[in-house]
Design a protein around this ligand. Structure first.
Ligand code: AMP
Ligand code: MG
Length: 415
């Protein structure tokens, strides 16, 4: 066993650059619209038809010839949304119309129902009293006013959220060209690990990382693949890693990347592919390891995440999330960064930049985000990630940051 790591210590920024250089955008696929939310569009979308495709009433009321003005007029018919009038509205007549219905020929405006009165003197020939003067075009949406024919409604590279899905539906898309969600496999390593449902034997702990990482993968819109737990033997690890490389675009292992005898992941990745880094100057997460491996299906990314649950999740956010976003077609795959003021003083680390877990909230009085620490920051203490929606990027230096100091906060959850 060597006592010094053979790996150069990279800064977080350099390690992220290396990671993003290696992460390749996946080839686009066609997905049904109902499965496309959250995906990145791989082509621009133009509307082939105008919206509305016909002049449409914006009110329930009466279709009129505006020039007629207020007065009593015979009702000559009705037209409701989804149907075309089989009559024309000649001068001196009106027709009942509902919101979204096509304006009948001849009519050029709509008078809303509130500005009219139905006169029933002769039930066979109802008259409508128009009480309000309107102008041509009033309460009518002309053809193409919302979307013009041929107009680009979405650009390649846009993320499909509900409004974008609605635009695609409007444009008649049933399948959409998008970048696929990367498949991310998760393998826990360690002889001490048991499944959460099992009673603890001597020396054992429950595997928290796998459930946590699988949940995190789903939460960021990727597709999780569960590879279970591997014991700390070369053979067991090798076969699971191979399985991961076969099945997923990205493989995450947790544990086995420190400097102990049974830390088998790094040598295994050296064998299976190319290790790009094996140490990063950061706290927590220093032993995080990143490799690529070329298999029949293409290039795979492998992250050897540290075993301590906090290190594992922090390095997932800092390196895996940007990588999988890039693979999923994001144009700016990095974590979003905001400034926040510290709610309390925080000690700094003289040797490593620290990613301090914090809960950000908006302070309306100060008009800024305020970051409250989640408490003791041990890398084994998953309670320090509880309720955290940000990682505070604390500078490496001696001393303390005072309460109220501004810090960079990387967003890992909703604000
Ligand atoms: P390792 O990186 O394998 O040396 O593990 C570092 C620490 O994290 C040890 O205390 C392990 O028991 C713990 N650990 C490793 N994997 C897991 C896991 N999947 N769930 C919970 N704790 C773990
Ligand atoms: Mg271990």
């Amino acid at each position: 066993m060597t006592t010094r790591s053979p790996y150069a210590m990279l800064s977080v920024e350099d390690a992220l650059d290396v990671t993003l250089e290696q992460a390749h955008t996946l080839a686009p696929v066609l997905l049904p619209l109902s499965h496309a939310r959250g995906a990145i569009l791989a082509a621009y979308i133009a509307a082939e038809e105008p919206l509305p495709p016909f002049p449409a009433s914006t009110k329930d009321g009466y279709a009129v010839v505006a020039a007629d003005g207020p007065g009593d007029y015979p009702l000559i018919g009705e037209v409701s949304a989804g149907a075309l009038a089989e009559f024309s509205v000649e001068r001196g007549t009106v027709a009942y119309i509902t919101t979204g219905a096509p304006l009948p020929n001849g009519a050029d405006a709509v008078v809303m129902i509130e500005d009219t009165e139905r006169l029933e003197a002769d039930p066979n020939a109802p008259q409508i009293r128009i009480k309000q003067k309107v102008h041509a075009g009033d309460d009518v949406r002309p053809v193409g006013v919302d979307v013009k024919e041929g107009q680009t409604v979405l650009d390649a590279g846009e993320r499909l959220d509900p409004a974008e899905i609605g635009l695609l539906a409007t444009a008649g898309y049933v399948h959409v060209p998008v970048y696929p969600r990367p498949k991310v496999a998760v393998l826990s390593t360690g002889d001490e690990l048991i499944e959460p449902g099992e009673p603890l034997g001597p020396g054992q702990i429950r595997d928290s990382n796998r459930a946590m990482l699988l949940a995190a993968i789903t939460a960021v819109g990727a597709e999780p693949v569960d590879l279970g737990i591997s014991g700390d033997t070369q053979e067991a690890l090798e076969s699971r890693v191979q399985q991961g490389l076969d099945q997923a675009d990205i493989l995450l292992t947790s544990g086995g990347v420190s400097m102990g005898d049974l830390d088998l992941v790094k040598p295994l990745l050296e064998h299976a592919g190319t290790v790009h880094y094996g140490r990063v100057r950061m706290k927590p997460g220093k032993p995080v390891t990143f490799a690529t491996a070329d298999v029949e299906q293409g290039r795979r990314l492998v992250f050897g995440l540290p075993g301590n649950p906090v290190s594992s999740l922090v390095t997932f956010y800092l390196f895996v999330v940007p990588a999988l976003r890039k693979m999923a077609g994001w144009q700016d795959p990095r974590l979003r960064r905001v400034k926040a003021r510290l709610a309390q003083p925080l000690p700094l680390d003289a040797y490593r930049p620290e990613y301090h877990r914090a809960t950000l909230s908006w302070d309306a009085d100060q008009a800024c985000f305020v970051a409250a620490s989640t408490g003791i920051q041990a890398s084994s203490r998953l309670l320090s990630m509880r309720t955290a929606n940000a990682l505070l990027a604390l500078p490496q230096r001696e001393g303390t940051l005072a309460a109220g100091e501004p810090v960079d906060a990387l967003l890992i959850g909703e604000l």
